[in-house]
Design a protein around this ligand. Structure first.
Ligand SMILES: Cc1cc2nc3c(=O)[nH]c(=O)nc-3n(C[C@H](O)[C@H](O)[C@H](O)COP(=O)(O)OP(=O)(O)OC[C@H]3O[C@@H](n4cnc5c(N)ncnc54)[C@H](O)[C@@H]3O)c2cc1C
Length: 389
């Protein structure tokens, strides 16, 4: 444990924290967990209440060559150390990244910063499919302007070694690299819950109620392994992100101590940076809103990161989605080189409060020239969307 050492939990909180213990099974009838330690010894612990917080694991395709030396996934600090070590010990000039999600894009930026040539590959031809297409195009152009090769729409069948290094091969693909990073998503670690007969949910995450209780009243689940309610759809979703994981852990602790804590849910608010761009979203995009039964209307506007005449002002793109039937705000996506990351939090709060686009357009948001135009870009987006609702 890095941010907080294991011993601090033991000394300060009196928690019997046992690292190197892998739980293999839980028996809800006996109320025990059993498993094996790092040095091969079995263990069994009884419980009155159990919290499962096993997180998620990186997806690795079951294809030839994905276990070759020089092919890595990035999920935990140990993975990061292995990659760093490999980069240090070898003369790495070329990398291929399989996947184009936020982790893959962040890895891309880090490698380019080390003067490593990067090519990115994924089977879906649409780059950042959750983002409004012209905004996704801006990010893709940004990557290409840094010399990154973007191969969207190319499947990978296998990786093999060749005299030139690692060869990444697909039906219409043949790339070579000194290192391959695989960033194609994560899957919930719900095997212990599944074998205990607990109800599973979206993407095989553990189903929990608003108190984080699983289908067994004595067992709770929190973090990437568990599902959540979506504040816009009201339905279940699986969004493995850090704030929810942290908040859910706190809520379980309160509930176990008989302090009734219920969580509203998630809006899917997220942000990442890739090279010069900040990319953020909250709520639903047009397709997701349609699938959830709304009558969605989207509108994209361009505004500025500072007052128009202020030096250094840059473009901010805001795509806002509303429901034609109810007028409700459903989601916002934003791209820009500054002023995006924290600006997404206004619409996120509005989603938690089930506000309409009209109500959002009346909110009193801060203005001063170095921070934005008089009308915040999200207000301009709301005003323009209102004309189409
Ligand atoms: C590279 C990367 C970048 C990220 N960046 C962001 C970001 O910018 N913003 C954001 O919101 N989120 C980000 N995330 C996601 C965020 O890290 C996760 O949502 C968060 O760590 C989930 O916390 P958790 O406690 O549920 O799971 P984890 O942090 O995965 O912890 C799970 C723990 O359970 C242990 N465990 C698993 N199985 C067993 C078992 N059978 N027995 C005993 N122990 C077990 C694991 O060893 C691990 O210690 C990022 C993730 C990655 C990989």
């Amino acid at each position: 444990m890095v941010v907080r050492h294991a011993q601090v939990f033991r000394d300060k909180q009196g928690i019997n924290l046992l690292t190197g213990h892998c739980v293999e099974e839980t028996s809800p009838d006996k109320q025990t967990v059993t498993g094996i330690t790092a040095d091969g010894k079995g263990f069994e612990f009884p419980y009155d209440r159990l919290m499962i917080a096993t997180g998620s694991s990186a997806i690795t395709p079951k294809l030839p060559g994905f276990n070759l030396p020089g092919v890595f996934t990035l999920k935990n600090l140990d993975d990061g150390r292995k990659i760093k070590n490999f980069l240090k010990k070898n003369n790495i000039k070329k990398a291929v990244i399989i996947g184009m999600g936020y982790i893959a894009l962040e890895m891309c930026e880090s490698l380019v910063d080390l003067n490593i040539a990067v090519e990115m590959v994924k089977p879906n031809p649409v780059f950042l499919p959750w983002l409004e297409p012209s905004m996704a195009g801006i990010i893709k152009d940004g990557l290409e302007s840094k010399g990154v090769g973007v191969y969207a729409g190319h499947a990978v069948d296998r990786i093999q070694t060749s005299p030139d290094g690692l060869q990444i091969i697909g039906p219409d693909l043949n790339l070579t690299a000194d290192i391959v990073l695989v960033g194609i998503g994560v899957t919930p670690c719900s095997q212990v819950a599944e074998s205990a007969g607990l109800e599973l949910s979206v993407a095989k995450s553990i189903a929990v109620d608003r108190n984080l209780r699983t289908s067994n009243g004595n067992i709770y689940a929190a973090g990437d392994c568990a599902d959540a309610y979506h504040v816009v759809t009201g339905g279940k979703t699986w969004l493995p992100l850090a704030l929810r994981a942290n908040r859910a852990g706190w809520a379980v602790a309160d509930n176990v101590c008989n302090k009734d804590v219920s969580l509203d849910g998630v809006a899917g608010t997220s942000v990442f940076r890739v090279f010069d761009f900040e990319v953020a979203r909250t709520g639903l995009n047009l397709a997701e809103a349609g699938q959830a039964g709304f009558e969605p209307v989207g509108n994209m506007i361009q505004s500025r990161s500072k007052a128009h005449a202020h030096p250094g002002s840059t473009t901010i793109y805001v795509n806002m989605i509303g429901d034609k039937k109810s007028g409700r705000l459903l989601g916002v996506q934003m791209v820009g080189t500054e002023g995006v990351a924290h600006r997404i939090n206004g619409p996120a709060v509005a989603l938690h409060n089930r506000m309409t686009v009209a109500q959002y357009s009346q909110t009193d948001l801060a203005y001063a020239p170095p921070f934005g135009p008089t009308w915040d870009p999200t207000l301009t987006a709301a005003n323009q969307l209102l004309k189409r609702l």
